[in-house]
Design a protein around this ligand. Structure first.
Ligand SMILES: *[C@@H]1O[C@H](CO)[C@@H](O)[C@H](O)[C@H]1NC(C)=O
Ligand SMILES: *[C@@H]1O[C@H](CO)[C@@H](O)[C@H](O)[C@H]1NC(C)=O
Length: 508
């Protein structure tokens, strides 16, 4: 554990067990290094992230709320990028431009994992949740693959707090999973879903889950399932753990915060979930002695950065900033709430200002290019892929519909056209096509891609432990001794380091 206290608002827990930061055994170190390098090349994750902390109210008050916001894959350059874009779009003077997070910015976190200089979302979230460094791919487990107690679990089982997870990706994705599941590799999402509804030695730890990803919960006899068995976890959640399950937008809209029937899960593809989650949890904990712990992830900032898609990236960031503003307003009205906003890592190695030619660099950027983009590169790549399948992928379609209407670019070069025309789905993935399309915009907006790097991310977990008076060691003991981990967390696969997560390859 680092004893570096560069920002006093986040105390370092000196009681951290000595082994919590131990890196992987020597025999595995080499494999881990290889994973790190592959991750660098495949997704060019950067190492430093912004931390903002807003604290109001009396530190000795027994009733406290924590809203932990995680901007996945959002580094300092992305922050600058979003601010500059906002300034340009609103035609503001530079001095007057403050985004909601700028006003509460207090520092940076160092994010390296136990296996790699470049962390991934799994090790990044495990650092926040368990307050310890683990390896890339680890979901709520130590470097040796054993479950580690999380702040969410301790908030629930020691303090009797209400707990919630709100994400814009799958609920079984690495970031939310690291708070209420324990598996040795992020791709074991079938197991993650089972643990999230309550199949753990602790039972159910979360009261509210809003996010996407129904497929991990549906029996493989059902259309759209991605389970390897016939269990229907929605049914199990209701029957075994008393969950109320909402599966559609209409059902979600009909949820009344006054009458939420917790535990509650809404699994569909969501948008305005934060306001509803805050409203439900604050109303439901109104008459209790304890508050709530809510984790909110802006998941898609990262996904757009993996595809080096600057327009989608900036829009996801600005949406996250609006969510931050909403949480700030909640904190102002609910003084016993602390809001933490941090990234788990940066993604894509974004720079604002790009040297495109061999001449002396101009270091300029052209925000109007970003404003012309109508659709994400992911959507457009999907359209082009379909057109390729149906043999309607003509140069005319590419120029007018995909690049012209979609990307808002009227002057594609012959090389840019050629690269997309020559893309062959049997030889190159759709992800490659997405980067081709993104680059057409990036080159014009003069956005470049390089790597860079800077308080340990584990200190954020330590801070929550300290602020809420939690006991992660006891949770770890219950997780590891109650029913034996063999039937609970899958044993550490010696070979995991050689796998690159399916989800890392597919931009999230
Ligand atoms: C569906 O689950 C059953 C076991 O529950 C298994 O035998 C079968 O192979 C699975 N099918 C697929 C396509 O995964
Ligand atoms: C592309 O963006 C336009 C304008 O925002 C929208 O009307 C259209 O539905 C989008 N296309 C897809 C496939 O999402």
């Amino acid at each position: 554990m680092s004893s570096n206290k560069n920002y006093s608002a986040i105390p370092v827990n000196e009681d951290q067990p000595a082994d919590s930061t131990s890196s992987v055994p020597k025999s595995r170190a080499k494999k881990h290094l290889i994973t790190g390098v592959i991750v660098c090349i495949a997704s060019a994750i950067l190492i430093s992230s912004g931390v903002a902390l807003l604290s109001r109210g009396d530190k000795v008050a027994p009733k406290r709320n924590v809203v932990m916001m995680i901007s996945d894959g959002f580094g300092p350059a992305s922050e600058t990028f979003a601010r500059q874009y906002h300034q340009w779009r609103e035609d503001l003077a530079p001095k007057s431009v403050m985004l909601p997070l700028d006003e509460i910015h207090v520092g940076h976190s160092r994010t390296q994992s136990s296996s790699s200089l470049v962390t991934d979302s799994a090790a990044g979230a495990t650092a926040f949740a368990c307050g310890l460094k683990s390896y890339n791919g680890a979901i709520g487990v130590t470097p040796t693959g054993e479950p580690c107690g999380t702040v969410l679990e301790s908030a629930k089982h020691h303090r009797g707090m209400l707990t919630g997870l709100v994400v814009t990706s799958r609920i079984t994705h690495a970031t939310p999973a690291s708070f209420n599941a324990h598996v040795t590799f992020r791709d074991y999402e079938n197991d993650i879903a089972e643990q999230q509804i309550g199949h753990t030695p602790l039972g159910r730890s979360v009261d509210l889950m809003f996010g996407g990803g129904s497929c991990e919960f549906l029996s493989n006899a059902t259309e759209g399932s991605c389970r390897g068995d016939q269990r229907d976890l929605f049914d199990e959640a209701k029957a075994d753990f008393g969950w109320t399950v909402k599966r559609t937008r209409q059902e979600f809209d009909a949820i009344r915060p006054e009458d939420p029937s917790l535990p509650l899960m809404a699994i569909f593809t969501p948008q305005e979930m934060t306001a509803k989650a805050l409203s439900i949890l604050s109303k439901a904990s109104k008459d209790s002695d304890t508050g709530f712990f809510l984790m909110i992830e802006g998941s898609r900032i990262d996904m757009a950065a993996h595809s080096n898609d600057p327009a989608t990236h900036v829009h996801e960031i600005l949406e996250y900033q609006q969510t931050a503003e909403l949480v700030k307003a909640f904190v102002r009205n609910n003084p016993d709430t602390v809001m933490i906003s941090t990234s788990d890592h940066e993604t894509g190695g974004l720079t604002v200002g790009r040297q495109v030619g061999e001449d002396y660099p101009e270091y300029k950027w052209n925000p109007e290019v970003i404003s012309q983009v109508r659709n994400s590169s992911e959507v457009l790549a999907g359209m082009w892929n379909k057109a390729t399948e149906s043999k309607t992928a003509t140069e005319e379609y590419l120029k007018t519909v995909i690049i012209g209407d979609g990307l808002g670019v009227v002057d594609p070069t012959s090389d840019e056209i050629k690269r997309v025309m020559e893309w062959d789905p049997t030889k190159k993935t759709v992800e490659v096509l997405i980067t081709y399309l993104s680059d057409i915009v990036s080159r014009r907006a003069l956005i470049g891609v390089i790597l860079r790097g800077s308080h340990e991310n584990t200190e954020i977990g330590d801070f929550i432990v300290d602020y809420l008076g939690l006991d992660l060691k006891d949770i770890t003991n219950r997780l590891t001794s109650n029913s034996g981990i063999s039937s609970f967390a899958k044993p550490l696969d010696e070979d995991y380091a050689s796998k690159i997560s399916h989800h890392q390859r597919h931009h999230d």
